[in-house]
Design a protein around this ligand. Structure first.
Ligand code: ZN
Length: 614
């Protein structure tokens, strides 16, 4: 079914409550394992229907955040989702305490019971806190979605800024960066207050549920069944030892390449003097080529992407009133993933068509899973599918970037490597926040700056507001999904492994990846890693093993992307300096033939002609 044809009616909460309550009673009164299995299966279908309805409302509101109808529906769910969650917990408790536990574990797997156990931490005491939390998240989203950033006489939202921040003109990107910072500075008090309230609400909820602080509670709510905050702290140490130094080296090289002596934060997004590689076309061009790419990658990915296109399960282009960012979700009733994004004409668009499509592909492959709990894995594992897809599609990147493909790959790998230290900073910060819930907003910001300098000692914002430790205001996860961030970094380490394997043996790697996708959420993070034939980032030396290999790979790429085009440009410049204008021109034209077509080269050519009095 096409997304636009999917019907929506607000669920009757009285009916919903009744079904949850009846299910609980039926489970408790069942006289055989078989009977319980049947009840659980029916319950699974009921939940898939209910969550699909909630998701339809959510997607339609993200597409137009000013839509009053879906705003009302969203408010309705903000109020009622915590009630649904609590009712679900009661059913989970009944299943968890089943006298037929062994038979149920045989049927649904041991992991199901571990997930149920995580659910059991909630009870109705949590409802008022979760309602408050939801309302605060919505408040944050609204400020960002309605953001107005004035830059060089034009108005932009936060999500429209990235292409400006990558501009190859240093003064231009600096101004854009300052304009964005100014927006956050102007709203500092609001962000501080929203976050402060969130921390208090979450801490009070943890206390009400019998937890010392919010950290352990949220680990449970994130269904983390195989590691705790101490394991995560050790992993952050590994990152500090391996990736922090590499990231510094990468930025030193970048500064050299750009010819900048006082390299600043606003220079980081610009990888090449003559600009970053952007895709060669608009949304239709990208979707058409993506369809070709996925059909060539494997029969499974081809079938999947055709399904997404046919059923209009993607809303890709940035439009006013749309929510920021990108996500992938699922409408399990229709066995359909859905991709939401804000295309803005940068390489980020290709990340969407690979990253979010990676999520969607896993979801599509897992639709045969009966239990809704098994359709998606936990976030740490879920990001493996998406981040790996970014790499598995590399052989097709010429379709999008033409001669700039190497530049794109360089930027992608560089971005992934330098991201991890930032990711662990965000994680470390949140541990501080929830372990010290009484810290003031100013103390929090001070701590943030301390931490970011630890993981990135060469950081130079050149901006007093960011130096005060406020950079994370733009990181939505910190507000609406506490502790969901380290997941990206863990998954990235897994995706790196697939990349290195893939360069070695495409077919075998693709098989391992697809097997992992099919397993969906039927196993825990550590177990899924094993199924996918990957090494664990937390308790093995895989980081130490792969970082030198990735460094080498990156070096080779920069050599290739600074290829002949660059050499001919430089040669032309030298010749012109020596007064050999004719030869210089010849060299410049060769560079143009090789795809160089920026202002720099045309200026040089103009100067040659001027020197020749032509
Ligand atoms: Zn993702």
């Amino acid at each position: 079914m096409k997304f636009k044809d999917m019907p929506y009616t607000r669920p009757d909460m009285e009916k919903v409550k009744k079904i949850f309550k009846e299910t609980k009673e039926k489970i408790e009164n069942a006289n055989s394992a078989l009977e319980q299995i049947k009840i659980i299966e029916e319950f699974a279908n009921f939940k898939k229907d209910l969550y699909t309805t909630i998701e339809i409302a959510n997607i339609r509101l993200s597409i137009d955040t000013t839509d009053e109808f879906y705003e009302n529906e969203n408010n309705f769910f903000n109020e009622n989702k915590p009630i649904i969650e609590t009712l679900n917990t009661e059913v989970s408790r009944a299943i968890y305490n089943s006298k037929f536990r062994d038979e149920l574990e045989n049927k649904f797997g041991k992991h199901y019971f571990k997930l149920l156990e995580c659910k059991l931490v909630l009870n109705e005491k949590a409802i008022p806190f979760m309602q408050k939390e939801n309302a605060l998240s919505t408040k944050y989203d609204k400020i960002i979605a309605n953001s107005k950033i004035i830059f060089r006489g034009k108005e932009y939202t936060v999500s429209q800024m990235p292409p400006l921040l990558q501009n190859s003109d240093r003064e231009f990107r600096k101004e854009a960066y300052q304009a964005k910072a100014k927006f956050f500075e102007e709203h500092q008090e609001e962000f501080d207050n929203i976050y402060d309230e969130m921390v208090k609400v979450r801490t009070e909820m943890a206390h009400a549920l019998g937890y010392e602080n919010y950290v352990d509670l949220q680990y449970k709510l994130l269904n983390r069944t195989d590691y705790n905050h101490e394991d995560v702290a050790k992993y952050r140490e590994k990152v500090l030892k391996t990736l922090t130094p590499l990231a510094i080296k990468i930025r030193e090289k970048q500064a050299e390449r750009l010819g900048i002596k006082d390299f600043k934060y606003f220079d980081e997004a610009c990888d090449f003097k003559d600009g970053n590689s952007n895709p060669n076309g608009d949304v239709d061009f990208i979707v058409k080529n993506a369809q070709k790419m996925y059909n060539e990658l494997s029969p499974e990915t081809g079938k999947f992407f055709d399904f997404m296109v046919e059923n209009e399960l993607m809303d890709l282009v940035a439009k006013p009133k749309k929510r920021v960012g990108g996500y992938c979700t699922s409408l399990d009733k229709y066995k359909s993933p859905f991709i939401f994004s804000n295309f803005n004409g940068t390489k980020g668009d290709i990340d969407v068509i690979t990253h979010e499509a990676g999520h969607a592909f896993q979801c599509y492959m897992s639709q045969y899973q009966l239990l809704p709990e098994y359709v998606w894995p936990t976030y740490d594992a879920a990001e493996i599918h998406s981040m790996s897809m970014e790499f598995l599609t590399w052989p097709w990147m010429e379709l999008f970037f033409g001669k700039n493909t190497n530049k794109f790959k360089y930027s992608a790998l560089k971005g992934a490597l330098t991201f991890i230290p930032y990711g662990v900073t965000i994680d470390h910060f949140q541990h501080y926040v929830y372990e010290n819930p009484n810290a003031t907003p100013a103390e929090r910001r001070k701590k943030y700056h301390e931490l970011e300098l630890m993981y990135k000692p060469d950081l130079d914002y050149d901006n007093a507001f960011y130096d005060s430790g406020a950079f994370w205001f733009a990181q939505g996860h910190v507000f609406w999904a506490p502790f969901y961030y380290i997941d990206y970094t863990l998954a990235q380490v897994c995706a790196f492994q697939y990349l290195l394997k893939y360069l070695d043996n495409k077919e075998k790697t693709l098989k391992e990846y697809t097997t992992l996708c099919k397993a969906g959420g039927s196993k825990s993070f550590f177990d899924l890693i094993e199924i996918g034939k990957l090494k664990n980032p937390m308790n093995t030396d895989i980081l130490e093993e792969i970082v030198p290999k990735l460094e080498e790979l990156l070096k080779n790429m920069i050599n290739k992307s600074q290829n002949d085009e660059w050499l001919y440009s430089e040669l032309g410049y030298c010749l012109a300096e020596q007064g050999r204008q004719e030869e210089a021109l010849e060299s410049y034209f060769k560079a143009i033939e090789l795809n160089r077509n920026d202002a720099w080269i045309f200026t040089r050519i103009g100067m040659c002609y001027k020197n020749m009095d032509k």
